[in-house]
Design a binder for this molecule. Structure first.
Ligand SMILES: Nc1ncnc2c1ncn2[C@@H]1O[C@H](COP(=O)(O)OP(=O)(O)O)[C@@H](O)[C@H]1O
Ligand SMILES: [Mg+2]
Length: 273
């Protein structure tokens, strides 16, 4: 199982929609076995996948329970190959509890828990909160790859240096294999001169590789959230649907060894041979 974190310090940059849509495309088009982890107390990923409830354990319990069975934290979704760990507001108290608990290491709880199911999935995607806190640090420690999202506006690069520093510190202290794959632009308007210039500016920014794929701003995106559907199901031909498919291809292209290993063990429908 390869683990990818999507992060930014800001809300509204499309972390949740990108996590849900990448996860759906990996499962539905590429036949991968996908575990999506909602790591934001707002639980928007859980809501879009129609599994938001305080009654079932989720990411908060992964942080706080000592001997938990990861399989009990995972729920199937309506989509074949796509499973979910939900989040709820109790992630606030869970994060505080972790900070006060000196008995066990605080930053490696996701890594330990996800290790229980690493043979069951090809990829895990973590949708993070707009913050660097103990649950996002747990996500970075458990991840192989990180992608940072950017929207083009006057404040586009705010927080990028702090994120990069956090990724570097996590790599140095706890997770030497952590790879910063780069940034990708969301809510892009290619007719807009400011967006085009912003993209050129980001391309030239040293230390922050920019992915080729930009996710276009699409009017269908907001209604897809009300419909609680991945954009590909809501509007398969809109720009954002095509862009998310391209983004997944681009990401898979960054992981050739892992992708090939996965393909060798399965037939073209993604089922074990
Ligand atoms: N490609 C897009 N086109 C149009 N609107 C978008 C797009 N991506 C995101 N949005 C808008 O931005 C809002 C915030 O997205 P979300 O994924 O919840 O951000 P985050 O998780 O970073 O806070 C969405 O509800 C939607 O209205
Ligand atoms: Mg979100």
């Amino acid at each position: 199982m390869r683990t990818l974190s999507l992060i930014h310090l800001k809300g509204g940059v499309a972390k949740t929609l990108s996590s849900v849509n990448m996860a759906y495309i990996l499962a539905a088009i590429h036949g991968k076995r996908v575990l999506l982890v909602d790591n934001d107390k707002q639980g928007n990923t859980s809501k879009i996948l129609k599994r938001h409830s305080y009654e079932r354990p989720g990411v908060a319990e992964i942080l706080t329970e000592r001997s938990m069975d990861m399989k009990e934290m995972i729920q199937h979704t309506d989509y074949e190959g796509l499973d979910l760990v939900t989040a709820y507001m109790n992630l606030i108290s869970a994060s505080l509890a972790v900070m006060l608990d000196q008995q066990r290491p605080q930053q490696t709880r996701f890594r330990q828990a996800f290790g229980q199911v690493r043979e069951n999935y090809d990829i895990c995607i973590i949708d993070n909160a707009p913050d660097i806190n103990i649950s996002t640090i747990n996500a970075l420690v458990a991840s192989d790859d990180v992608l940072v999202l950017v929207t083009i506006d006057d404040f586009a690069i705010d927080g990028l240096a702090e994120l990069k520093e956090q990724i570097d510190h996590t790599r140095e202290d706890l997770n030497p294999a952590l790879r910063f794959c780069g940034c990708f632009i969301t809510q892009y308007d290619r007719q807009n001169e400011a967006d085009r210039q912003g993209r050129e500016y980001l391309k030239a920014l040293e230390g922050y590789p920019l992915l080729e794929t930009c996710i276009r701003r699409t009017v269908k995106m907001k209604p897809s959230t009300f419909a609680r559907e991945p954009i590909l199901l809501y509007s398969s031909r809109c720009g954002a649907s095509r862009d998310y498919k391209a983004l997944v291809e681009e990401y898979l292209g960054m992981c050739p060894t892992w992708t090939q290993q996965g393909e060798e063990n399965r037939n073209d429908k993604g089922k074990e041979i």
